[in-house]
Design a protein around this ligand. Structure first.
Ligand SMILES: [Zn+2]
Length: 422
């Protein structure tokens, strides 16, 4: 194992407010050996230079439904770790192992297994129905025994099911998260739920709320230590699903044709305009609420809900962060959320999310300085995952080689089922 050095114009460690100059990252194997002044690069070390670039920690996406045809796109966008929040249990455990063994095929994966739903599973293949508290307890025990990283509850679960799942998850030492249906975030926080997806149940985010209303919600989230994965970008894209800007997005080359087809046929497009118009109104309210959550210190994980409409795997993390900045959140705060902040929510901050000796060698070299201009994230020069340097052009080639056949996986089956329902 030879030590090599990564050198860019600037380095941002994932925790501070600004990038620093004159530093090299020394990588040995899959880990960072040291962060050293340029003058202290060992004379024999190979040096990879990225002129005009900033080195930052690998980005994370905490809300994905993974398909194998996404791996290279995530890496090309600088996303080195994802959390799958709903998939077939056996399949995703297999992918997690494959990706742990081979950093070239895609990001590191954390996973939840099935979406644990109420009496009827909304998603036929990635969901699992539970008629009683006893049923959901059995699922939690089974998934925990198989080694999932967290337990994901879905919209049909009522408060009784959430309570039972949270209690059982605590017994087996797993964190819980949920996409809430009609439940209130305040009630699930009191029930001990650890993390909320999509701002569901957060009434103050879905209306033009007063500061007092936002703070009343935030007080409870803070009191119970509830983290938030807002996924603004999926609401924005569903609201603007007909906007031609997305059809013309040149980053679509990173999207397998089967998902592009699903986006074209997604049922929200063909239905009445009111739900879309409602979302267009709500997203700015959500942004105001998120800005206040960020200001008051609610733990935030960055997630997207890839591959729902117009969410290009990996690149949609850039889009999500652009939404944060549009909400008035500083680029450095948004970037912290996508790196060290998400790592904390995912429980992996000892290995990932910031750059320091002993941490995973997961980094991105981006042209420009995204701490000043978040749009600079789009200029990924190279991604380093577990010490392996990967370039977008080669990643695109490997990805496009998969475009000839339809992936045999759960998210593809469920999304095709959804668009064929009409
Ligand atoms: Zn989802």
């Amino acid at each position: 194992m030879e030590t090599f050095a990564l050198v860019a114009d600037r380095l941002w460690d994932g925790r501070g407010d600004v990038a620093r100059e004159g530093l090299a990252v020394l990588v040995r194997g899959a880990q960072i050996e040291a962060i050293a002044p340029l003058g202290e690069i060992p004379p024999r070390a190979a040096v990879r230079r990225f002129p005009g670039c900033t080195l930052i920690p690998g980005l994370m996406d905490a809300h994905v439904h993974y398909s194998t045809v996404m791996g290279p796109a995530f890496l090309a966008a600088g996303v080195t770790t994802i959390r799958d929040v709903g998939n077939d249990l056996d399949w995703i455990l297999g992918q997690r192992a494959r990706h742990a063994a081979n950093p070239r095929i895609g990001p590191a994966i954390l996973c939840c297994g099935f979406l644990l739903d109420g009496p009827k599973a909304y998603w036929r293949h990635m969901g699992r129905a539970h008629a009683s508290a006893q049923d959901v307890r059995a699922s939690v025990r089974e998934e925990a025994a198989r080694g999932v990283d967290a337990i994901k509850l879905y919209a049909g679960a009522d408060l009784e099911l959430i309570r039972a799942a949270v209690e059982e998850s605590r017994l087996v030492g797993k964190p819980t998260l949920a996409h809430l249906g009609p439940l209130k975030a305040e009630d699930t926080a009191r029930a001990g739920l650890g993390e909320i997806q999509h701002l569901t149940g957060c009434g103050a985010a879905w209306k033009d709320s007063t500061l007092q209303e936002k703070d009343a919600l935030i007080d409870i989230l803070l009191e119970h230590g509830v983290a938030m994965t807002p996924t603004l970008v999926v609401w924005d894209r569903l609201g603007r699903i007909l906007d031609p800007v997305f059809a013309n997005d040149e980053r679509r080359k990173w999207v397998h044709p089967v998902f592009r087809d699903v986006w074209e046929r997604y049922l929200t497009r063909s239905g009445p305009p009111e739900p879309r118009l409602k979302l267009q109104t709500v997203v700015p309210w959500m942004k105001n609420c998120l800005a206040r959550m960020s200001e008051r210190g609610v733990s935030i994980a960055v997630g997207t809900d890839t591959p729902f409409p117009h969410l290009v795997p990996g690149f949609s993390v850039h889009d999500e962060l652009a939404q944060y900045v549009d909400a008035g959140i500083a680029p450095s705060v948004a970037l912290r959320a996508a790196t060290s902040g998400t790592a904390r929510v995912l429980g992996i901050s000892g290995q990932k999310g910031h750059l320091a000796p002993g941490m995973a060698a997961d980094l991105v070299a981006v042209r420009g300085d995204p701490l000043k201009r978040i749009e600079d994230l789009s200029g990924v020069e190279a991604t380093v995952r577990s010490g392996v340097v990967l370039e977008p052009a080669a990643l695109l080639e490997s990805l496009q080689a998969t475009y000839g056949s339809i992936p045999e996986d759960t998210i593809t089956r469920d999304l095709l089922g959804y668009v064929n329902r009409a």
